[in-house]
Design a protein around this ligand. Structure first.
Ligand code: ARG
Length: 402
């Protein structure tokens, strides 16, 4: 049997050309696989047909939208994932899922090699290959754009020469990756980090400078997962989609940062993640009332590490698995409602309610009927401040002697 290669196929120029390019370079047949992670855009049947027209021996589409939302975005939400305090790991969350599907397809179609369309400068190549080697150490992995020197110019030339059914305009200068959790835009004039993003950079969000009237939304969580919006039951996928739409209208979740890549490059990135940012904002507030103080503090450092591991392509790693267990344990009381106002680029919390709340009105109130024993505070402060006082006494003593 001819050994086959399963290619992660997006329908774009690079991976379309890669089909023939790989076949010529390796003599192996190419099976194209497109994964639906809620990226929208072109119809996936059109994409599947294009892969066949470009020479793939088989082509298929995996609908992984619910799986992506449930098994990748929701853990991201429970971890309040925010790389460099700004980026909700949009692309980083999708790569392990696509890798899992690549491995499954390799098994199904009898392929010994898998391929992806990443360049040699980014994080995504690392994420794919580390995930694949963890899940299937026996599989080889190739990256035609990186390993077979498939440049953009060469790709366009190849497509024209071979009459491939793809649009080969040079008009879109951006490298875009999108899924239901958000959208990433890089390259082109954005590489000059003083250049502001123009209107055409955005797709998931409207300009927050001209927002419609404020929109009030109530999100209900169970164990840190959104289960209803305005009282209507939703799946995780529906929650993200609905909030992408509603928060997107208010320009929420636009992010413009210079980011540290794993490979040591600082790069300028524009993101849009209206649903993700709204959900994380709400989830964080619900944790503030349902997690005990020390647990909440400690979780912040776990989240940071979890986020770095996921960004760095360690989704299937041992440490990530251990941190998952901690995070999951913290979510058992994260139940309740968060009310927010969506307006002018921000999702602002205006109310919170939980059957597991640790907020005690009697302890907190400054009005009649308070239950906190204020006389106990003095003794607490005496002891709490004791070590600082002893050190200060010593410092004054030493100063006098000098
Ligand atoms: N910098 C982001 C990340 O590493 C986004 C990458 C987007 N990929 C792309 N091919 N445009 O997660």
């Amino acid at each position: 049997m001819t050994d086959r290669i399963v290619l992660a196929y997006s329908g774009g120029l690079d991976t379309s050309v890669a089909i023939g390019w790989i076949q010529e370079a390796t003599g192996k047949e190419v099976v194209a696989m497109a994964v639906d992670v809620g990226q929208g855009g072109e119809d996936l049947e059109t994409i599947r047909q294009r892969a066949l027209d470009c020479g793939a021996v088989e082509a298929y589409v995996a609908d992984a939208r619910d799986e992506f939302a449930e098994e990748y975005c929701m853990p991201g939400l429970q971890a309040n994932t925010m790389y460099m305090d700004a980026y909700p790991n949009v692309s980083a969350l999708s790569r392990p899922l696509i890798s899992k599907h690549l491995v499954a397809a390799a098994r199904e179609f009898g392929a010994g090699t898998v391929a992806h369309g990443c360049t040699g400068k980014g994080n995504d190549q690392v994420r794919f290959e580390v995930a694949i080697t963890t899940l299937a150490p026996d599989l080889d992995c190739i990256a035609p754009v990186r390993d077979l020197a498939l440049t953009r110019e060469a790709a366009i030339e190849y497509a024209e020469k071979n009459d491939l059914p793809i649009i080969t305009t040079k008009s879109n200068p951006f490298s875009i990756d999108q899924n239901v959790w958000g959208r990433a835009v890089e390259t082109g004039f954005l590489e000059d980090i003083w250049n502001g993003p123009t209107k055409d950079v955005y797709d998931y969000t409207d300009d927050p400078a001209f927002p419609p009237a404020p929109d009030e939304v109530v999100i209900t969580f169970e164990n840190g997962i959104p289960v209803a919006i305005d009282g209507e039951a939703v799946t995780p996928l529906q929650a993200i989609e609905k909030l992408n739409h509603r928060a997107g209208q208010h320009g929420i979740g636009r992010i413009d940062i210079v980011e540290d890549r794993l490979v040591g490059i600082k790069s300028r990135e524009i993101y849009e993640a209206p649903g993700a940012i709204t959900l994380i904002e709400a989830h964080r507030e619900l944790e503030r009332i349902t997690l005990e103080r020390e647990q909440l503090r400690f979780k912040r450092s776990v989240e940071q590490r979890w986020t770095e591991l996921v960004y760095d392509g360690q989704w299937f790693s041992e440490l990530k698995g251990s941190l998952d267990a901690f995070i999951l344990d913290t979510q058992k009381h994260v139940n309740g409602d968060i009310r927010m106002t969506l307006h002018g680029g921000r999702a602002v919390v205006t109310g919170r309610k939980s059957p597991n709340s640790l907020y005690d009105f009697g302890l907190a109130t400054y009005d009649e009927g308070q239950t906190f024993d204020q006389s106990a505070a003095r003794g607490f402060i005496d002891i709490y401040g004791l070590s600082a006082r002893v050190a200060s006494d010593r410092n004054q003593r030493v100063q006098k002697q000098a």
